[in-house]
Design a binder for this molecule. Structure first.
Ligand SMILES: [Zn+2]
Ligand SMILES: [Zn+2]
Length: 367
């Protein structure tokens, strides 16, 4: 055993000092007796560097303690002390008294020697305030109006409901990152839907999302609302407009087959024009296929429906003649035709030509 050069005690020395002297010189630990944390009752959020929802008390307390303790050593908040942990271990006990959490801290500077354990205490006070978001929300604030309009006519009720479902879902998703992404008000008008949004960037994201799903175009206009009383900056209110394309009357050419497009919730519903069978594709998948160009969207105006006649039938294929132009004939293998019926010689049928392929259309409602 050597002697501590500070107090002369015999001990296992660290840097020439006994544990007590070493600790006194090397370990600094301070915590305020009371910590005030701004807290919004309306949305159960607290403020540190930004407003966050208070989801779970233990991690909230640990975060507040970590922000408020000043120490020159790395602290490890633990639920149980461990002999293997070389850091300074801190165990936290707390009791709730109204909006105050009374905190007791048990500190173990040396994992293998409990005689140096220390205690400290503090209290965390949730101080009632209204966060900026809530004060704006309850004050009817909005930063942008998202206008949803249809290409030509009024938005049908079913589609309007569909759009609102999507908007609500997006708002829920965005709000976890952008607290202003709330919907302040919705107005369903004759000409479309107006959604008053707390955040312009959320309104823009929603607009983009709607265009992706329903296809259409985007526009933006700004209106000067006045000057900010404090900063003197100009305040603008932005209107983001989505003009939805009429997807009805549009077709998708996908894996050599032709479908009528419809939208049902989060899915694209593709109805085969050949046999009426229905294919449902998640909108994300649909977008991916569009990007890869494995789905092509074709406007009804661009589909030329032609009259055809069956001129020959073999077990494997049909010979089909076009009843206009130069009356050319085509061969189509039977396994490429989706129609539910067998054709006979002399049958007159209708079809369209896409990429030099004939697609037989059997759905009367589409022709
Ligand atoms: Zn000493
Ligand atoms: Zn709030």
């Amino acid at each position: 055993m050597e002697r501590c050069f500070v107090c002369g005690k015999e001990d296992n020395l660290t840097e020439g000092r006994c544990k007590e002297c070493y600790l006194k010189e090397s370990f600094k630990f301070e915590i305020p007796a009371r910590i005030k944390v701004p807290y919004c009752k309306s949305c159960n959020s607290y403020y540190t560097n930004r407003w966050k929802p208070l989801l779970e008390k233990v991690s909230f307390i640990n975060e507040i303690l970590e922000n408020n303790i000043s120490s020159n050593r790395d602290l490890d908040f633990v639920s149980e002390f461990s002999k293997k942990n070389k850091k300074v271990q801190v165990k936290v006990d707390f009791a709730e008294e109204g909006n105050i959490s009374k905190i007791k801290l048990f500190i173990r500077p040396f994992q293998d020697d409990t005689s140096f354990d220390m205690e400290a205490s503090t209290e965390i006070l949730l101080s009632g305030e209204q966060c900026q978001r809530c004060s704006r929300f309850y004050g009817g604030y909005y930063e942008a109006i998202l206008q949803v309009r249809n290409d030509e006519k009024k938005i049908e009720t079913e589609r309007a409901n569909n759009i609102m479902e999507i908007i609500d879902e997006l708002s829920d998703r965005y709000i976890s990152k952008d607290r202003m992404a709330f919907i302040a008000r919705v107005e369903e008008l004759k000409e479309g839907i107006d959604i008053y949004m707390g955040s312009l960037s959320a309104a823009r994201k929603m607009a983009n999302e709607l265009v992706k799903r329903f296809s259409g175009s985007l526009g933006e206009s700004h209106k000067l609302m006045g000057l900010d009383r404090d900063s003197g900056k100009k305040i603008y209110r932005t209107t983001v407009t989505v003009r939805l394309k009429n997807m009805e009357q549009r077709y998708a050419y996908y894996r050599n087959h032709l479908y009528l497009i419809d939208i049902a919730g989060d899915n694209f519903k593709l109805t085969s024009v050949e046999d009426g069978s229905i294919l449902s594709i998640k909108s994300k998948e649909f977008e991916k296929e569009l990007k890869k160009e494995s789905i092509r969207i074709i406007d009804k105006d661009l589909l030329e429906i032609i009259d055809l006649s069956v001129t020959e039938v073999t077990p494997e294929r049909y010979q089909i003649m076009r009843l206009s132009g130069d009356y050319e004939t085509f061969y189509i293998p039977k396994n490429e035709i989706r129609s539910k019926r067998e054709f006979k010689i002399g049958d007159s049928i209708k079809g369209v030509i896409i990429d030099n392929r004939i697609i037989i259309i059997e759905q009367k409602s589409i022709i």
